[in-house]
Design a protein around this ligand. Structure first.
Ligand SMILES: *Cc1c(COP(=O)(O)O)cnc(C)c1O
Length: 367
């Protein structure tokens, strides 16, 4: 018997979440963002559920090749564009769209020999200061690209730093509008938080949306809003089983460092899941967890292969009881990944991306 831990990827939930994107912006085109191996889910595991999108976006050339070899003939966008000049050959061969965010990428294009002009996404740095041309350099970059025979359409693109929070997107929208005002071409602005929180405004939902995390059933603005508020469903479940039960007397401790000491009699369940599976060690004592679909908490430190949960209020639970670390539990129970992430001082993105290779993955396919 292998260890009882496994991850489930829920294709019906992925499809539901993509429908939620459509509902927020029915007139827009949607990229399914599958960077970082589909946010840790596995590109091959999500593909069937996400091929209802209008395109795929990612940043690793190997991942682009994997999407093509799954049979996708539609748009694939490289969000960071080319890293070196020879990447353009792959773009030509696989018909990849690519971001252009610095001058050298234009130099490479100008020297590139191709019969098929490329569609490019010219990126404006509207304030995040990560990638993109400054507002003053943007127009000259557009003019240069527009004159190249290697370039077909130019889409205008930017990325928001604060769509999930109080600062919002108004300051970046103002920069974008001013820099792009009379330039032709489609626009691509919105990540998940902008789709959910700001897409009432038509210019925000134009023309190509880039929603990542909401498709994977995590709320970008948790804890202000959770997945129930946004009607999103968890797409990744990490589950395991109780492999031992320990009775505790008051004064006894649990785990490395004896950081937790019981102040009363307790029943502790030892679960086959640890930080080597991708469960965050930083999620200290008291993190939420489901046992047989019922909510309880972790106890003491997370070890490499095991963690402890409090079974004191769950007398039916014992060896073999199902433990949901995050995602969908039995009988319709749900433990949003965002709650576990918060207990670990991080965000759902990091936990899903960090699912360890040793965890077997199973796929719940579309009905
Ligand atoms: C990752 C990424 C997105 C998706 O962001 P989410 O917060 O996951 O919706 C959109 N655009 C760019 C450029 C990205 O790198």
């Amino acid at each position: 018997m292998p260890r009882p831990i496994e991850a489930l990827i829920h294709q019906p939930a992925l499809a539901h979440n993509i429908r939620r994107v459509r509902a927020c912006a029915p007139d827009a085109q949607v990229f399914a963002i599958v960077k970082a191996n589909a946010y840790g889910h596995g590109i091959e595991h999500v593909y069937e559920a996400m091929r209802g999108a209008d395109g795929f976006a990612l940043l690793d050339l190997d991942e682009a090749q994997r999407v093509r070899s799954l049979g996708w003939r539609g748009p694939i966008l490289l969000l960071e564009g080319c890293f070196e000049t020879r990447d353009l050959e792959l773009c030509s061969r696989l018909k990849l769209w690519h971001a252009v965010h610095h001058e050298q990428q234009i130099d490479w294009l100008a020297m590139h020999k191709t019969h098929e002009p490329h569609r490019v996404f010219l990126k404006l740095n509207s304030g995040m200061n990560r990638l993109g041309f400054t507002p003053t350099a943007f127009r000259a970059a557009w003019t240069r690209l527009n004159a190249l025979p290697q370039v077909d359409e130019i889409t205008l693109m930017t990325h928001f730093s604060d769509a999930d929070g109080p600062r919002g997107i108004a300051h970046q929208m103002a920069v974008f509008k001013e820099a792009t005002e009379d330039l032709p071409g489609e626009r691509s602005l919105s990540n998940s938080a902008a789709v959910l929180r700001h897409a009432q405004e038509a210019s925000v939902r134009a023309d190509w949306l880039r929603p990542g995390i909401m498709a994977y059933g995590s709320a970008p603005d948790f804890p202000e809003h959770d997945i129930h508020h946004w009607d999103l469903q968890p797409t990744m479940t990490l589950r395991s089983k109780v492999l031992a039960v320990q009775p505790l007397r008051a004064g006894e401790s649990v785990g490395y460092g004896s950081t937790f000491v019981a102040d009363r009699e307790m029943r502790i369940g030892t679960v086959a899941c640890g930080y080597a599976d991708g469960y965050p060690r930083h999620a200290g004592h008291g993190s939420p967890v489901l046992v047989s679909g019922q909510r309880t908490t972790t106890v003491g430190r997370v070890s490499m292969d095991m963690l402890a949960v409090d079974l004191s209020a769950l007398p039916q639970a014992g060896v073999g009881s199902e433990v949901t670390l995050w995602g969908q539990g039995p009988n319709g129970s749900v433990l949003p990944i965002d709650e576990v992430a918060r207990a670990a001082g991080t965000i759902g993105y990091e936990l899903m991306c960090a699912l360890a290779r040793r965890v077997p993955v199973h796929v719940e396919t579309l009905g």
